[in-house]
Design a protein around this ligand. Structure first.
Ligand code: MG
Length: 278
């Protein structure tokens, strides 16, 4: 596999939705693969993915776990359904995360990631303690494969995430920094948060979006094509350079319309190539 350059554009894409050749045609040679919660993670599936990645000379930097039953409709729904916070699905999602880690290991990928959900701010909260212990176990499982485990930013302020990571106390626990999520959830200012979290950032989503409407309780902001939202992508890229970020930039676009999504990703890749050269 080719060596990737610092700040090289890549793509966040989905198994069972996107093919590697389709993603490669957008002008990239690396990316992050999200695994749908229902996908069967068999040895045969891993072998097929491995062969496709080799054929396309495409490098996966991260495998993302997502879970059955997650719903990102608005903030209360995210709190109720996403990640490890909902107690009813916690054990099943822990097992699924181990399966994703094992699947990533078969592909030779050195990092896994997921949204853990809204981390409670109260450190004596029962959910906080259960999720902290679960994340420790996921880190230890991933470490057995030589992997890091990255938490996606967005649902809490930088200082809350830092305090949580500090309490987990695992050297392979890192951050997948998504600047748009901090805006979409109205949780923090992304450039300031990046400076605070930089030493722990192992991977990055290049995604854009606008702040939530002030007059609708619990509403999320609107995700937008890269460069068209409120992140300030040129400043984001400049800040990544300043803090010495060494990884790639994975363009993420969430719209359901596949044609629009792929066009917007290709446009985002072109924008990043321009910004990274300047
Ligand atoms: Mg993201």
């Amino acid at each position: 596999m080719p060596t990737l350059n610092k700040l090289e554009p890549g793509v966040m894409f989905w198994a069972e939705r996107d093919s590697v050749s389709e993603i490669r045609s957008l002008g990239v040679r690396s990316g992050q693969l999200a695994i749908p919660g229902t996908m069967a993670l068999t040895e045969a599936a891993a072998a097929a993915w491995k062969a496709e990645l080799e054929r396309e000379e495409f490098t996966l930097v991260t495998v993302f776990a997502t879970y059955e039953g997650e719903d990102y409709a608005d903030i209360p729904t995210v709190q109720r359904t996403v990640g490890f916070i909902p107690a009813g699905t916690r054990a099943a999602r822990e097992r699924r995360t181990y399966e994703v880690s094992d699947f990533a290991a078969r592909l030779g990928v050195a990092s896994i990631a997921c949204h853990v959900g809204f981390v409670p701010e109260n450190h004596s909260d029962a959910d906080y303690l259960a999720v902290r212990d679960l994340v420790r176990r996921v880190c230890d499982h991933a470490a057995g494969h030589g992997q890091t485990f990255a938490l996606e930013t967005g649902q809490e302020r930088a200082e809350v995430l830092l305090a949580f990571i500090g309490e987990v106390e695992r050297p392979n626990l890192r951050i997948n920094f998504d600047p748009a999520n901090l805006i979409l959830y109205g949780s923090d200012e992304p450039i300031t948060a990046l400076r605070e979290l930089a030493p722990l950032v192992i991977s990055v989503h290049a995604k854009d979006g606008d702040w939530p409407p002030k007059d609708v309780a619990g509403a999320l902001g609107k995700e937008r094509p890269l460069g068209q939202g409120s992140v300030g992508i040129p400043q984001f890229v400049r800040t990544l350079k300043e803090v010495g970020y060494q990884g790639t930039l994975n363009v993420e676009r969430e719209t359901d319309d596949q044609t629009t999504r792929l066009q917007d990703i290709a446009e985002g890749v072109r924008l990043l190539k321009k910004l990274c050269l300047s």
